[in-house]
Design a protein around this ligand. Structure first.
Ligand code: B12
Length: 509
């Protein structure tokens, strides 16, 4: 059966549909993957000419699957609406469909809730045999006015039974410059987002894992790991196939959560066999010197650590059992490894935080040993998360717009204008984004930051907001110039060696 799977993500790396594709191929189905990334803007819809090309590509398929996040759902729904004229069954899947099937079923007759490999395979085979599909687990199926809401099936326990994600790019397509063309190695951009496991036991209140852990309660463990040997075999396969790969970007929610013996085995094999650098994510509580030393020796060059909020906000609002001491301890360990570039992630512009919370967070950042990179994200309430429900109940989200789900995390001033709380300190924290050295934190020199944070100033600016908004508008103007003028110049005009040099000073200062 010929199947088309479409991704509307910002980058063509979706491990989900790639793994589904491999499993379908293993069962002798013909799969075509089409990636339709728009890097700059999650919400941007496709031009008619793109839709027409897509329609042509899908014409001979027997079933079409579309995968989306909440942020890119409008694009997925635009595609679904356009492709309906083909009268081919279309399935809406991905994390957004999993969390919001009620919304998605309005756009599509078939919605996949949860992990798709086994579910989609069963659906495809039943359709092929013209069997009844109304009770296929994981699917919401609309038939005229009736919706069959089938529960999810138990989770696959052993992830190693899954085939490697489909990177046979010769048979894939990608949107570039308004044209859907054959996927080429250069579209990988020299890296691959790579998951070595699934699930996260923490379930912080802003994160989809919170929802998934509830949804899969009694259906198996959500946290599962591929074995080190499976990962290494997969990486070796990819590295051999794509000489342009310069780095593996391991995107597990927290790689450092793995038990030490697994990290040891992974690092040993990686060092011996792979020999190109890799990145990963960790959380302060599970960082230990032993783990970081192993990662460092194996070629890990970048670690992203989620600090998220102040201690109170983490514990009371984000349901994240993490203290400032945990962060400081992890930071002092990481500081011992100068070859690893550390990026700390924080979340702000949260209507539940007070000025004091933000100040505490800023002071924590000031104490961390530099150099590092600070990534400042503004809170988006994603549908289905615990925090979204709480904000709705508390009246913080009155209209959907208040959830900020139409904004990117780094749309700094747009978040400030929307949430209208603690504007002064949120703006300062947003300006702290960037490289942190002994002299500066992002855009702000440390000695100026100290002056901006006096009690008197904070009090004054909390009352008289004109200056904050004025600077906010200037920041927004600068962001616009950067997005629409500087970035295109960087992307299209700069020679590669200048880009490499620029990236080095930007990320490795
Ligand atoms: C890698 C990653 C990225 C990468 C690359 C994204 C990409 N193109 O693949 C980058 C860094 C670019 C990124 C960016 C963002 N991300 Co991100 N990202 C992830 C991450 C860590 C892994 C995604 C993944 O591969 N998962 C593994 C696969 C196996 O799971 P899956 O994708 O859900 O697929 C399964 C099912 O959903 C289903 N399925 C999927 N598609 C389909 C299609 C059909 C037809 C069917 C039947 C089934 C099906 O079957 C799959 C296999 O079981 C997840 C967290 C996570 N651990 O999943 C966050 C996550 C997806 N990201 C998230 C967010 C919010 C973002 C951003 C919006 C953040 C921002 N900066 O503003 C952007 C937007 C990007 C975009 N829309 O394209 C949220 C999404 C929340 C939501 N409700 O939508 C997540 C879930 C993080 C979280 N825990 O909250 N991200």
């Amino acid at each position: 059966m010929k199947i088309t799977l479409i991704s509307v993500s910002v980058t063509p790396s979706d491990q989900g549909i790639r793994t589904m594709s491999s499993l379908l191929k293993k069962h002798n189905h013909k799969v075509q993957l089409i990636f339709l990334p728009y890097t700059e803007n999650y919400k941007k819809l496709y031009k008619k000419s793109v839709l027409k090309q897509l329609l042509k590509k899908c014409r001979d398929s027997k079933i079409i699957g579309v995968s989306a996040y909440a942020s890119t759902a409008p694009r997925a729904e635009q595609i679904i609406k356009y492709l309906k004229r083909l009268e081919i069954p279309i399935v809406y899947g991905g994390i957004h469909a999993t969390i919001s099937p009620k919304e998605c079923i309005k756009h599509c007759n078939l919605v996949c809730v949860g992990e798709g490999e086994d579910a989609f395979l069963e659906l495809v085979e039943k359709l092929e045999k013209k069997e009844d599909i109304s009770n296929v687990k994981n699917f919401w199926i609309r038939y005229k006015d009736v919706i069959f809401k089938n529960p999810p099936r138990p989770l696959r326990e052993n992830l190693d039974e899954l085939p490697f994600a489909d990177y046979d790019i010769e048979n894939h397509y990608i949107l570039e410059g308004g044209q859907i063309i054959r996927f080429q190695q250069r579209h990988l951009g020299g890296y691959i987002f790579f998951l070595t496991g699934r699930g996260c036991p923490y379930g912080c209140s802003y994160c989809s894992n919170n929802y998934l852990n509830q949804m899969y309660k009694n259906l198996g463990r959500t946290l599962r790991w591929h074995s080190p040997s499976y990962i290494i075999e997969n990486i070796l396969y990819l590295r051999k196939r794509y000489s342009s790969l310069k780095v593996f970007d391991i995107r597990d929610d927290t790689f450092s959560l793995r038990p030490i013996n697994q990290i040891e085995e992974f690092c040993k094999l990686y060092k011996e066999k792979v020999k190109i650098r890799f990145k990963c994510l960790a959380d302060p509580k599970t960082v230990t010197e032993e783990k970081i030393r192993l990662l460092n020796d194996a070629g890990c060059t970048d670690i992203i650590i989620g600090i998220q909020g102040s201690e109170r906000v983490n514990k009371e609002i984000y349901l994240r059992n993490q203290s400032d001491e945990d962060v400081k301890r992890a930071a002092s360990i990481l500081h011992k490894f100068p070859k690893i570039a550390v990026m700390y992630d924080v979340i702000t512009c949260n209507p539940y935080e007070t000025n004091q919370d933000i100040l505490n967070l800023i002071n924590l950042i000031r104490e961390l040993p530099s150099p590092f990179y600070l990534s400042v994200n503004n809170l988006v309430f994603f549908t289905g998360t615990y925090l979204y429900q709480k904000a709705k109940t508390d009246g913080v989200i009155k209209k959907e717009k208040d959830s900020a789900s139409t904004l990117n995390y780094w749309d700094r001033f747009k978040h400030i204008k929307l949430k209208k709380k603690n504007e002064y300190l949120v703006l300062i924290l947003n300006l702290m984004r960037g490289t942190v050295t002994r002299r500066r934190i992002g855009l702000i020199p440390r000695f100026i930051l100290k002056r901006l944070l006096t009690e008197k100033r904070i009090k004054f600016h909390s009352k008289f907001k004109l200056l904050t908004y004025l600077i906010g508008y200037l920041v927004q103007l600068f962001d616009l110039i950067r997005e629409h003028i500087l970035k295109p110049i960087y992307r299209n005009l700069l020679p590669v060696h200048v880009k490499v040099w620029y990236d080095k000073i930007r990320y490795r200062a």
